[in-house]
Design a protein around this ligand. Structure first.
Ligand SMILES: [Zn+2]
Length: 445
């Protein structure tokens, strides 16, 4: 048992509170106590105590939608004219990039953003993977990287009909095989879902097969939904009222499923999402960058749709997306009062709730019994902190602060600016390898 104390503790969760001179007692299995440093020392007199001297401690952060494979897009030059719309962005950038990935690229493309994630306080990450020409065994390859780094991962392969029937079948198989393998060895840090690209690249027969497999394997789907209006137009052309209507008819909605984006959904879709308790993940920076529109999180959250926050490959920092979510909805509505309540709930309650559901244990909150995932921030609050003003400190303080320590499942992954699982200069070597592999990929691209 260890105690980390003398901190301003932000608990997050439904009962979010701030504990001055707070402490947490934990081991690899779970958090055993949260309270003032004095209380915790009394309860666990034999535990080793580390003082963080007034820094802030939060739970490990959760990134609810990410694409680790996107790493080599950084600085890439497109071979065609600049894309005019979202579908062209996919055709000219992302689909060319994912088709160019080789098996040897997977380790480094995952390792680099996972190192960034740890340095940004992330301990749980929901990845959505694509590598159609390095498909079989790709999730097992990613799993190795998650285990080396030590963060929790919810993995999936994004099945699509866009690369033909054999790759579609291989994608379904990849998800199913990985999910079956997980049932055999119970590693609490790795879980998986049935990954699907997006409704507009999936035939009805594929949706039916994915639904059947997911039902048999007792998991939800992780899919892009109405990121752009093109997805909605496609569903209508196929004779459905909307994308959500189409996915619901194939029984792909539900509390274990993640619908990323939901920018182009209407009030009826919102009712369906709410009634089925389907998780929506909002990715504000990606949506702005692709110029696809602004998700109506106010309506969704008013109707009690569980909306969480992700970064969609834009970066490894959920706090960076939180700061953009804060200003995007104000800007969109021409109303500076917007979004405070929604994004506070999204980040402090819904991200932890999503992770807790899918990993089948309380995560993302500092409470007794939760997974021992926590972050010590180099942030000494210059103004009072309370449960009511936590968002202000997240947006304007913690988002600019560096991380001192990241702990996941009771294990310190990062301490005083150093990764505990890397040798000296190993990070530089990984990045050098990245430059070499990226250069070769850019030539194939
Ligand atoms: Zn995405």
């Amino acid at each position: 048992m260890k105690i980390i104390g003398h901190a301003t503790v932000l608990t997050f969760g439904h009962d979010h509170r701030v504990i001055e001179d707070g402490a947490i007692a934990y081991d690899e299995k779970k958090i055993h106590g949260v309270g003032t440093t004095e209380e915790i020392r009394k309860r666990f007199p034999k535990a080793k105590v580390r003082s963080v001297h007034g820094r802030v401690i939060t739970p490990g952060l959760i990134n609810a939608h990410m694409h680790l494979y996107s790493t080599f897009a950084r600085g890439i030059t497109l071979k065609d004219e600049a894309p005019e719309n979202f579908v062209q962005i996919l055709e000219r950038l992302w689909w060319r990039l994912d088709r160019s990935l080789k098996t040897e690229d997977l380790y480094v493309t995952a390792m680099i953003p996972l190192l960034d994630a740890v340095r940004n306080g992330v301990t749980t990450l929901f990845d959505h993977h694509a590598s159609p020409h390095a498909l079989g065994g790709s999730l097992a390859e990613l799993r190795k990287v998650f285990q080396k780094v030590g963060v929790r991962g919810c993995l999936c392969y994004e099945v699509s009909d866009r690369d033909g029937a054999s790759r579609r079948d291989a994608g379904l198989e990849e998800n199913a095989n990985f999910l079956r393998g997980l049932k055999l060895d119970a590693d609490p840090t790795i879980t998986a879902m049935m990954g699907l690209h997006a409704s507009f690249t999936l035939e009805d027969t594929t949706l039916a097969r994915a639904a059947e497999l997911a039902k048999g394997l007792k998991c939800g789907v992780h899919i892009h939904v109405c990121e752009d209006k093109a997805d909605l137009d496609d569903a209508r052309r196929r004779g459905y009222r909307s994308v959500v209507d189409r996915l619901h008819r194939f029984q792909l909605t539900g509390p274990d499923s993640i619908f990323a984006h939901c920018v182009h959904v209407d009030p009826l879709d919102v009712q369906t999402l709410a009634l089925t308790r389907t998780n929506v993940v909002h990715n504000p920076r990606s949506n702005m960058g692709n110029a696809v529109g602004c998700a109506n999180i106010e309506l969704m959250m008013k109707e009690k749709v569980p909306v969480a926050l992700g970064t969609d490959g834009f970066s490894a920092s959920p706090l960076a997306d939180l700061t953009v979510a804060n200003i995007l909805h104000k800007h969109q509505a021409h109303d500076p009062r917007k979004a405070y309540g929604e994004i506070t709930k999204m980040f402090l309650q819904n991200n932890p709730a999503l992770a807790s559901t899918l990993f089948k244990q309380p995560l993302g909150t500092l409470e007794e019994g939760a997974g021992a995932d926590l972050v010590v921030w180099n942030y000494f609050p210059p103004t009072p902190v309370s449960a009511g003003n936590t968002l202000g400190h997240l947006l304007f303080g913690l988002s600019n602060a560096t991380v001192d320590t990241t702990v996941c499942a009771g294990r310190a992954l990062y301490e005083e600016g150093k990764y505990t699982f890397l040798l000296d200069h190993e990070e530089e070597e990984i990045c050098a390898k990245g430059r070499e592999l990226a250069k070769a990929l850019w030539e194939r691209f």
